[in-house]
Design a protein around this ligand. Sequence first.
Ligand code: PHE
Length: 461
Amino acid sequence: MPNNKFTGKILWRNRFAFYLLAVGSACGLGNIWRFPYVAGENGGGAFILLYLFLAFTVGVSILIAELMLGKKSEASLLKITQRVSTTHKKPYFWISRLTLFITLVILSYYSVISGWVLHYITQFVVGFFRGDTLQYISSLNMKVLTDNGWLQFALASVHLIVAGLIVGQRMTNRFEKILTTFIIPVFVFLFAMLLVRSLSLDSTPEVLRFIFYPDFSKLNLRSLGHAIGHVFFTLSIGVGALVTFGSYFKNEDHLPKVGFRVMMVDVMISLFSVLLVFPIAFSIGEKPLTDPSLLFEALPRLFMKIQFGALFGLGFFICLWAAALNASVGLLETLASNYSERYLKSDRKNSIWLITVITLGFTVIPAFSGSGLKDVKLFDQTLLENIDSFLINYLLPISGLGMAFLFFKALPLADQKDLFLDEKTESSYALINYWQAILKFAAPILIAAGIILQIIALVRG
Ligand code: PHE
């Protein structure tokens, strides 16, 4: 079996497991935690439609381009940009530097939110000992956690160190095996059970109207940027992770098909998450749909309504954490493989720990944004909110665009055609021009429009 140079990762023979893994690397907190409240913030139906439109056009197109970039170049992002810079004699390496910086900040931010999940897991255990698990869990107030900088920092550290151990000890394969054979199936089962229960709540008809009836007057100047940013975040576009992932593919894989399927599953999970969370939130009434605490405060109310709710709840949060851990492992691996390729002499383990520590340093900012750094506000928002918004709604789309640009610079037209066209897939001949046009024209125009509209909203206050 061929081995990937850096990770020693065995290329997957089992197609199904590979798909699970591809989907697993895209799905995580972005779908389950972030999408519901961002959709709530932007008024529901119309925003969801916009999100779907963008996922099926710009999102999937760049996703495919990034995978191809990795597969064809068989190198990490830094290497690719160096090559392209040398060939074109232009400083394109700035693209990968920006991208890797974004990756690092995303990982630190992601670790803080993963820490929230860990917190809930520990609170289930506390609840078991108190003997009133569900009562206790549903009485938890997220503010207590977000106001406690040290606790958030400690939880994020645990999360990052576990991710560092998995990558550093070369346990990625074992972890992925546990994920694909055990955790994902259990997660699907728990999710499905909870979804059915949630959809049987009285509020469901109202929720369905909110989600599927597009009221375009609810969109605001920020919505386009929010939708693009979220599509990129949820599909893991613009961080170089897909490039690394693309280099694991075998020759006979038809990447457009893989990319399309991954996008479809990712979108479906996001929609299911809205359908899971909103009926509970609507039936509680007083819960704002627009708050990052939405998932954490809504779900326990559902656990209370079902038999063995505490076990369901604990299982759900453990699976969610495993998904978040998998995403973090992907981010860390991307950073480590780039770093050790660039500075060849540096030992792999050392570079992983170095990156883990630097990332930990960055987590201080989001972790303490509700306590020690509470008074540092920008545009009337806390630092955590600013990181989320600036990173995901501005930087990630720019970096995604950088990937599309690199793709055209690194791969000649013949290679692009070779990778996209597939004799067995007739539609590939019809779609190739659309795909190119989206990458070249629609994506830059939409991304620029999204950013400009957000800036106008900022200036107007
Ligand atoms: N796509 C992941 C999610 O939705 C987040 C992520 C972003 C993971 C970028 C890797 C890279 O949770």
